[in-house]
Design a binder for this molecule. Structure first.
Ligand SMILES: [Mg+2]
Length: 369
């Protein structure tokens, strides 16, 4: 079998009302998705999504005519393209979807077959007043979730702690709680500084008092010494790495004892092929591996196959903050949105590949390029 083409299309879902992501100073009025399709001479098509594939134009020729199952070879080319141009990891996801379709197996099985399911944590995305956040926590609990990640970005961390206290006061220990401080990176248009170690320490102590499972991105992604020292000063797990770009940086973050939880995203960093190395490395060093997934439903699915099939993650991220961030918005390009079951589990399909299907009518309506 040979690859005959790589087709890329761009789509835009208008967001009305806009989505106010806690980590972004600009309201989001649209949600973009890029779909990559790898076609073959035997009619099978692999599909991937989750990032914009910026910088890929003109590179199709390095894949056309190749064996689609030469995934390690394709990974090396994608790594070179990332170095010289931009991130194109949805192509790796599409190649895994295709590999599953060629072999007749779901990707979670090709990756190790450990499990077809994984507990989800609800990953909120907005900032709510304390009582409204406590109401939302109760709704997550009723929906079956066992864990919830809340956002800190109200300007004064003491106000963030009040919101967390309201949730803990309302739901007790019925939900594991994580907190995302979002200090690791900034949007292109944001110039304000990340926290320093001395700013992060009192916050970490408050999170410990409130029994928080992990503290995410308390410091800039490059402040390795700060993360290492913070881990020594407090007991709470420190999580990070969601937008860290080079896989070698994960090796160094592990070696330097910077993090308890590694969170690379297969749609944004290294694809499934690269991150399976990181997942194994993390497990062998007693570091949790549980990917960031805040792209779209196809990105969530790909990360779930990797995590359920290969490692013992306690939870995987499920971006969900209704009504502002619904599965309908997040998964607008999918024929069926990904949902959790009544026990808060994501159960993966046994169908060959990544098991998702596109909503071609919506894609036609939302196409912008
Ligand atoms: Mg995060």
């Amino acid at each position: 079998m040979k690859i005959t083409g790589i087709e890329i299309s761009h789509h835009r879902l208008p967001l009305d009302p806009p989505f106010h992501a806690s980590w972004d100073t600009q309201p989001r009025v649209a949600f973009d998705a890029t779909i990559v399709r790898v076609t073959t001479d035997e009619g099978l098509v692999g599909i991937g999504s989750g990032d914009t594939m910026t910088g890929f134009a003109g590179h199709e020729r390095f894949f056309v005519g190749q064996d689609p199952l030469a995934i390690e070879r394709h990974y090396r080319i994608l790594t070179n393209i990332q170095f010289h141009y931009g991130r194109c990891w949805p192509l790796d996801l599409a190649l895994w979807d295709l590999a599953g379709k060629i072999t007749g197996q779901p990707v979670w099985k090709l990756l190790g077959g450990l499990s077809d399911r994984i507990p989800a944590y609800a990953s909120s995305g907005t900032l709510r007043q304390p009582e409204a956040l406590a109401d939302a926590a109760e709704a997550y609990l009723a929906r079956g979730f066992k864990a919830l990640k809340i956002r800190f970005h109200r300007g004064d961390w003491r106000a963030d702690i009040k919101a967390l206290e309201a949730v803990r006061g309302r739901i007790g220990n019925r939900l594991e709680l994580m907190v995302d401080c979002n200090q690791g990176w900034r949007m292109s248009w944001d110039a304000y500084a990340p926290w320093t170690l001395k700013e992060a320490v009192p916050v970490a102590r408050e999170l410990e008092r409130l029994g928080v499972y992990w503290m995410e991105e308390p410091l800039h992604r490059a402040d390795r010494e700060g993360m290492r020292r913070l881990r020594e000063m407090v007991d709470i797990r420190i999580a990070g790495g969601e937008m860290t770009r080079e896989l070698s940086e994960f090796r160094d973050l592990i070696r330097d004892g910077c993090l308890d939880v590694l969170q690379p995203d297969a749609a944004l960093v290294g694809g499934i092929t690269g991150l399976r190395r990181v997942a194994v490395m993390a497990q062998e060093n007693n570091v949790l591996f549980t990917p960031h997934t805040w792209t779209n439903g196809m990105g969530v699915v790909a990360n779930c196959h990797l995590t359920a099939g290969l490692c013992d993650a306690p939870f995987v991220e499920f971006p969900y903050d209704p009504p502002e961030w619904s599965t309908k918005r997040r998964d607008f390009m999918m024929a069926t949105p990904l949902e959790v079951d009544a026990d808060g589990m994501i159960v993966l399909s046994g169908a060959p590949g990544l098991g998702y299907a596109l909503d071609e009518a919506v894609l036609a309506k939302t196409r912008i390029g």
